[in-house]
Ligand binder design. Structure first.
Ligand code: HEM
Length: 512
């Protein structure tokens, strides 16, 4: 080797070393981002995450132990700032709420389903979001509307109990999650479109919306928007799925419009009075920066309600029932409370408000099994600071809220399922909305808190109260329950819960 070759080789090594050093650093540096695990050039930490073949929530759990309450991950072109401590979550979401109330840019794939971010969950913090959210709150979940629509829940729960009884007779056990999902989905479809439709059609809606959720979970194009033109196949599939979603929901919207405008109801499926369905409020809506909405937007806004409200509540009901099966004492205590309240009658909506132990069981389930371990991605409205670090406006700010409920400094024996802690213990003072402090925030906190948290809780309360009042719940003989978790939009049981139900003598399980 000649001297000049040796010289070039040395320079190449020095250059590569500097290049690697520059690219592998995550966080810190002149940008003053929070520190983070060293990444690879160009792709950052993306392939390290993919190669681990574990869900992101488990990787973050380990990184939190190493990097502490706030750290950065570089996922391709996307920078993620991950916030895990209760103090920082409270500071960002409540004390400085507006500063962190926006959402990051959507990938082209997600934009197909959100029709350019025209949904409450994806809209940036601004006039469009404010109008959509205010309309949702006044039209769907104000206390008068909740009361007016209580017949929908009564009807859906009667079907639920009948379906369970049939399934139990047929198979000797019931599938808890599938039944709870179907019931909640029927309620939300009726709240959105004012229509009472067959279970087969509800199942079809459920299936399509599940496909949409799977399609829109973060994938490679999300991390490399610059390469979007290369992902033509995915885009084609997304457009085909969107067409299917439109074909499934537009007939309901058209039939509702005809009912509202011309008083037509040919197949009698429209059951809510004019003005009582969520979609009615969207027909005449002209949100700022958007103008009058069309069928694309109606489909997106109604799908968001059904998707946001189904899995979250059904997952909670399934986890709660698992613990009631594993802890028969807790089940008996809950059963006694329900019987003490309603005797042999049917549990009504106003009854569940008078059941403190039920509320404690449901809160303990939200604590022990928060349906989502992260909130939806947040973004700063403009460059700001958190914990002394710079948070640029373009980055994803991810709140890892599950850690808060696992923290042994905040909870005594956090791994145990103990509803009593909410009656006399470390849960008594807890504010589930996070406003007074963050100890558990299953619905988020601040400006973007789940606007339907009370409705979601009502669905879980009613399902549990009706099911425990009518039946004693037991494991399937020879098939022990398995509490292993897996991730499917929410954190669900890997092997869905199957249970045996034995009728109680105190209850007429159905209202007929
Ligand atoms: C147990 C039930 C539920 C749980 C645990 C839950 C949880 C959450 C969480 C964690 C967020 C994200 C908050 C954030 O990004 O900071 C959220 C947002 C949202 N949820 Fe829920 N949710 C539930 C039920 C429902 C129901 C029944 C509906 C509709 C009827 C609903 C509609 C929404 C909407 C529209 C948003 C977006 C809010 C925004 O971006 O301003 N949720 N929910």
């Amino acid at each position: 080797m000649e001297l000049i070759d040796l010289f070039i080789l040395c320079w190449a090594i020095v250059f590569l070393r500097l290049w690697w050093k520059y690219w592998s650093v995550t966080g810190g540096g002149p940008k003053n981002l929070p520190p983070g695990p060293p990444g690879w050039p160009i792709v950052g930490n993306l392939f390290q995450v993919i190669l681990q073949r574990r869900h992101f929530i488990y990787i973050v759990r380990d990184l939190r132990a190493k990097y502490g309450p706030i750290f950065t991950m570089q996922m391709g072109q996307r920078t993620l700032v991950i916030v895990t401590s209760p103090e920082l979550i409270h500071e960002a979401l409540v004390q400085r709420g507006p500063a962190f109330a926006s959402r990051p840019a959507d990938s082209p794939l997600r934009l197909v389903f959100s029709v350019g971010k025209c949904a409450i969950n994806s809209a940036e913090y601004g006039p469009l979001w404010r109008t959509l959210r205010r309309n949702f709150v006044t039209e769907l979940i104000n206390p008068v509307r909740i009361k007016q629509c209580s017949w929908i829940r009564k009807w859906a729960l009667e079907n639920h109990m009948e379906r369970l009884e049939k399934e139990s007779v047929q198979n000797g056990f019931v599938e808890v999650m599938a039944n709870c999902r179907l019931t909640i989905c029927s309620i939300l479809v009726c709240l959105c479109f004012g229509a009472r439709i067959s279970e087969e059609r509800v199942k079809n809606i459920e299936l399509i919306l599940k496909e949409v959720m799977l399609m829109t979970t973060p994938k490679l194009p999300d991390f490399f928007p610059v390469l979007a033109p290369l992902f033509r196949r995915q885009m084609k599939e997304a457009k085909a799925l969107r067409k299917k979603q439109m074909e499934c929901l537009v007939p309901l919207i058209r039939s509702r419009r005809a009912f509202v405008k011309e008083n037509q109801n040919p197949n009698s499926e429209m059951v809510s009075p004019v003005g009582a369905a969520y979609v009615d409020s969207l027909f005449e809506m002209k949100p700022p920066t958007r103008g009058p909405l069309g069928e694309q937007e109606f489909v997106t806004l109604c799908s968001e309600v059904i998707s946001a409200g189904t899995d979250t509540s059904a997952t909670t009901a399934e986890w709660a029932l698992l613990h009631l099966i594993l802890n028969q004492d807790i089940q008996e205590k809950l059963y006694s409370e329900i019987v003490g309240c309603v005797g042999t009658g049917v549990v009504k909506e106003e009854d569940v408000e008078k059941m403190p132990y039920l509320a404690a069981v449901v809160k303990e389930t939200f604590r022990r099994h928060p349906p989502s371990h992260f909130l939806l991605s947040h973004a700063a409205t403009e460059e700001t600071k958190l914990a002394g670090y710079t948070i640029p406006s373009g980055v994803n700010v991810e709140f890892y809220t599950a850690w808060v409920t696992e923290d042994p400094d905040l909870w005594e024996d956090p791994g145990e399922f103990r509803p009593e802690r909410f009656l006399e213990g470390d849960g008594v003072e807890v504010d589930i909305t996070g406003t007074r402090g963050v100890k558990m925030v299953p619905f988020g906190a601040g400006r973007r808190i789940c606007p339907a948290w009370s409705l979601g809780t009502l669905h879980v309360n009613l399902l549990l109260a009706r099911m425990v009042h009518a039946f004693k719940w037991l494991p399937v003989p020879g098939s022990p329950t398995d509490p292993t978790e897996t991730f499917a939009f929410t954190v669900v049981m890997k092997n869905p819960l199957r249970a045996v139900m034995v009728p109680r003598t105190t209850s007429s399980s159905c209202a007929h």
